[in-house]
Ligand binder design. Sequence first.
Ligand code: KG4
Ligand code: ZN
Length: 350
Amino acid sequence: MRILALESSCDESAVAVYDDAAGLLAHQIYSQIDLHRVYGGVVPELASRDHVRRLLPLVSAAMKDAETESGDLHGVAYTAGPGLIGALLTGAALGRSLAYAWQVPAVAVHHLEGHLLAPLLEAVPPPFPHVALLVSGGHTMLIDVAAPGRYAVLGETRDDAAGEAFDKSAKLLGLPYPGGPELAALAEKGKVGRFEFPRPMLDRAGLEFSFSGLKTAVSLAVKDRAGGAPASLDAATRADIAAGVQEAIVETLTAKTLRALEQTGYDALVVAGGVGANRALREQLNAACAKRGVRVHYPELHLCTDNGAMIAMAAAMRLQAGMQSPTERYAFDVKPRWPLSSLTEASPAA
Ligand code: KG4
Ligand code: ZN
């Protein structure tokens, strides 16, 4: 089975061709970071317009790389949500049009299911059931993954997502957008321990997170030392604040993840989403899980952040289970909000 997949839920235009026998044949990403940087965040209307410009050339390039003709495809997948509505519509319109023209099923994919199933592309795929820590710019969740498509949310953030906490703290430190990876790089040069930032909800039972207090604490730290102007911070202080922020986020994520593993009794963990690329998070999770005999599965670094390969993988699981989207011509089923737990199981055998 061979799938062409499009991802356009936010600020990455991405396309991939995946074959369930041969693996990932091609994947292409165009990041809109430069377009949005001057605004300090994603501007939805600009994102949609740029997806319209980028997606079709990316499709041509990916099909060429994969030496694939339209007649070789068994489906065209696209991210139907959650995400920015205009951005989602561009991928849905193109995906459904290509599927209609080529007379193959169109498959509407849940973006978070894509992130969750991305590790299935690796040489050693995760077993089911497992716990998943999904940490991205918009979501922070611990999930009981019983089977592909069967997701029970064990706990999530009450306010900011972990990626958002990285991004907002980075902005307060005067780092360019998108701040997460910038803050992580700066934290490598800093000292942990000089700045102690809050770890909300850590002392409480349960698997919920709250990261919104972190930005207040960081903003106070910057104000105390530089009157609120990050440019006046000396380099060492700035790096030490970054290290403190990263430590607070990583420690909270690690502690709650261990709790989820204990609660479920599972011995496998999947870490998915953009923040899963964070080196400190990987180190702490790996060390803690190794002690407990838990195996940790990550997607390759470049498949942690948004990409088309994960959408293709999720679509392949769903197509194999006979779950294509309705093919009515105008059924543009995008869902800017779409609870993960509303999905049904992908594999009839599971
Ligand atoms: O999964 P993703 O690409 O997009 C969403 O679906 O949100 O995640 C993007 C998020 C951003 O908040 C970004 O700052 C964060 O992941 N991120 C990181 C790192 N790489 C990406 N955060 C911390 N450390 C990193 N190395
Ligand atoms: Zn994402």
